[in-house]
Design a protein around this ligand. Structure first.
Ligand code: MSP
Length: 656
């Protein structure tokens, strides 16, 4: 997809009539992922985003706020720039269409087209709504009322300037037919083709009289008019290259753009208006215009009046930038519409990130700390299980990640990463390093397993970096390696074994803490913690026997699902003497359990132990932390000992 050694990616420039929402974040995050990926591949990337500051919408918003439009833009612009910082957007430039350089470039293009006779003045008659200050076409209007505000509208004639767009219809059709990747996805390409094949392309009005819209760029050949929004806005993709890059001149090297990312609603303006404008200016067309789908929220259209606009700032604060970025691109195929809900986000983050990648890192580091004095061990002879994981990891970096990413199939690229994470977690469950650690005879195999886990994680940091840059860096730091992700790390073939044995790891906080599933739920305080673990039979005592527990039937007992589980990691719950948070494996799944065993046990001694848990207990919150089950132990208020199994059995084995 990248041409030569350069990659030029753009987002739409966003209207500054309101604060940024999830739709803006979506395109910008997707562009950032591609920019980061192509930089890793050693390409020279120019990533442009910015703001569309002229036009009626912005003028109206400023009038409503009772301020000058420029002041309004200057007040809103930082909201976008700050959000992009929070989301770790690595744009090379930020354009604002009120930049004086942009304005003069727009005027230069207008003059060029005017001189070539490609812009002419004509009268235009249409249905005009004075309240909304806009024209409507015949088919929009019903019963003489404005389709938007429902006020009566009138026929109005106005002189305007027009760009001879219609004369490029055949040339554009030909270009789309001969360039299969010009408009993507395929379904959108067919829509544009269908429209151009069946309807006559008209000329494009590019001006408004200043008397009606003053907030725009003055036409160089008629000072009574300003250019209308699209002629000003679309030119940003070219003008930015002229004055924004620090090293100049870069423009010639970066044009044509590699990818313009746009939402489906603005595909026509890009594929038809922009393309014909470029044809008229004798400039090459962008390589790809990709139209992505729209987000609804909890099944509904997102709108201010519904009060369901998703603020990306809140998402970053609640879930972290990386988790939010991951969700946006993992949940829905790029190009299709999708639905956003916090519940879906929590499920996705917990299953893929906390239980998947985060857990793999945490168990690897815990085991290296406990059994190898915190140093990456030297591997011994590798067997088929190691070979399988190595092969899958290398295939990920060389094929199954690049292929979909280069086609903008972000969800498939992320699925490929997840498959390797799952394979690695299964490898750990199968090889059971905690059991190997018990016998000196297995020491070499233990070292091999731990090295394989750590090296897989190093490779996963490269694969995850474009989508989750902060987590990839933290992952490397915890593995004890310093990686400069601004280097072209994926330029050459990656070799297995880059992680040096002897490297001292630095385990710190978990990469993706589990998110509690009920955002509004009242946290359970320690004093209200049900007695954990499950009380055993009362101890014999001289005092009058407590009333016997009511008898239950075998069917009632069978409702309780007891299973074995292996403790993968354990840590104390802050501010609690009693509670320990365990991550346990049941073979096919991982769980978090909070157990009241902290007075009896230090967390470290629990790791690697096979315990028994109640697996079908409803999740509960203990001191605000979700517990997905309960461990069994002997004792009453005081825990005497955890239930373990004499023989080695697989995690997840049923206990009756
Ligand atoms: N200023 C023009 C673009 C000019 S580009 C030369 C514009 N701005 S916008 O702020 O209204 O929209 C910007 C982008 O946000 C569009 O690509 C649009 O598709 C996208 N989205 C707006 N709402 C959206 C969702 N609910 N979901 C996903 N994207 C959405 O149009």
């Amino acid at each position: 997809m990248a041409k030569g050694n350069t990659f030029y990616i753009t987002t739409p420039i966003y209207y500054v009539n309101d604060v940024p929402h999830i739709g803006h974040a979506y395109t910008t995050v997707a562009a950032d992922v591609l920019a980061r990926y192509w930089r890793l591949r050693g390409h020279e990337v120019f990533f442009l985003t910015g703001l569309d500051e002229h036009g009626q919408k912005v003028q109206q918003a400023a009038t409503k706020a009772g301020i000058d439009p420029q002041v309004h833009c200057d007040q809103l612009a930082p909201q976008f720039e700050t959000l992009w910082k929070k989301l770790n957007i690595s744009n090379n430039a930020f354009i604002r269409t009120t930049d004086p350089q942009h304005k003069s470039i727009v005027q230069r293009y207008l003059q060029q087209l005017y001189d070539k006779g490609l812009i002419y003045k004509d009268s235009y008659t249409g249905w005009y709504c004075t309240f909304d200050e806009r024209f409507w076409t015949e088919k929009d209007v019903e019963a003489g009322l404005c389709p938007d505000c429902k006020r009566p509208i009138e026929q109005l004639s106005e002189h305007n300037y027009f760009f001879k767009m219609g004369q490029y219809q055949e040339q554009l059709l030909d270009h789309i037919r001969t360039h299969s990747t010009f408009i993507k996805p395929e379904s959108r390409r067919n829509e544009v083709l269908g429209f151009l094949q069946t309807q006559k392309l008209g000329d494009l009005s590019i001006s408004r009289p200043k008397s009606r819209l003053s907030w725009g760029i003055e036409l160089p050949f008629d000072k009574a008019y300003v250019t209308y929004v699209w002629f000003d806005a679309l030119v940003n993709y070219m003008s930015a290259l002229e004055y924004l890059p620090r090293e100049k001149p870069v423009g010639a090297r970066f044009w044509p753009a590699t990818v313009h990312l746009v939402g489906k609603d603005i595909l026509t303006t890009h594929a038809v208006y922009w393309s014909t404008m470029l044809m008229a200016l004798n400039l090459p067309l962008p390589e790809t215009i990709f139209a992505h789908g729209w987000w609804t929220v909890d099944g509904e259209k997102m709108s201010k009046s519904r009060g369901n606009v998703v603020d990306p700032n809140t998402m970053v604060e609640r879930f972290g930038a990386d988790a939010f970025r991951y969700f946006l691109l993992r949940e829905v195929p790029f190009g299709q519409d999708g639905d956003f809900s916090q519940a879906a986000m929590i499920t996705r983050v917990n299953s893929d990130l906390a239980n998947g990648l985060g857990n793999l890192l945490s168990r690897t580091l815990t085991l290296i700390e406990r059994t190898q004095a915190g140093q990456v061990p030297t591997p011994g002879t590798i067997g088929p299980a190691e070979q399988e994981l190595q092969r899958a990891t290398m295939t990920l970096l060389h094929e199954s990640l690049p292929r979909p990413l280069e086609q903008l199939e972000f969800n498939r690229a992320l699925e490929a990463i997840l498959q390797v994470v799952q394979l690695a977690n299964q490898y750990v469950d199968k090889t059971a390093p905690w059991a190997l650690a018990k016998h000196e005879a297995d020491a070499e195999q233990l070292r091999t397993v731990l090295y394989t886990m750590a090296e897989t994680l190093r490779c996963l940091s490269l694969a995850t970096y474009p989508v989750m840059p902060t987590s990839a860096q933290s992952l490397c730091a915890q593995l004890g390696i310093s990686v400069d992700f601004t280097d072209s790390l994926l330029k050459d073939k990656i070799e297995w074994g880059g992680l040096k044995p002897g490297t001292a790891i630095h385990k710190s906080q978990s990469l993706f803490p589990r998110i509690e599933s009920k955002p509004g739920a009242k946290p359970v305080t320690e004093s209200s913690v049900p007695s954990q673990p499950m009380p055993a039979a009362p101890a014999p005592t001289a005092a009058p026997a407590p009333p016997a527990a009511p008898q239950i039937t075998i069917d009632e007992f069978m409702k309780i699902q007891l299973k074995t589980a292996i403790v993968l990691s354990a840590e104390r719950v802050p501010k609690s003497e009693k509670l320990i948070k365990l991550q346990v494996s049941l073979g096919t799944e991982q769980r978090q359990i909070v157990a009241g065993i902290g007075k009896k046990y230090e967390p470290d001694v629990l790791v690697g132990k096979t315990i028994v848990i109640v697996a079908n207990l409803k999740p509960a919150k203990l001191m605000g932390i979700e517990s997905q089950g309960m461990v069994l132990a002997a004792g009453d208020a005081d825990v005497r000992g955890l239930l373990t199994i004499l023989e080695e059995v697989d995690p997840g084995t049923k206990v009756k």
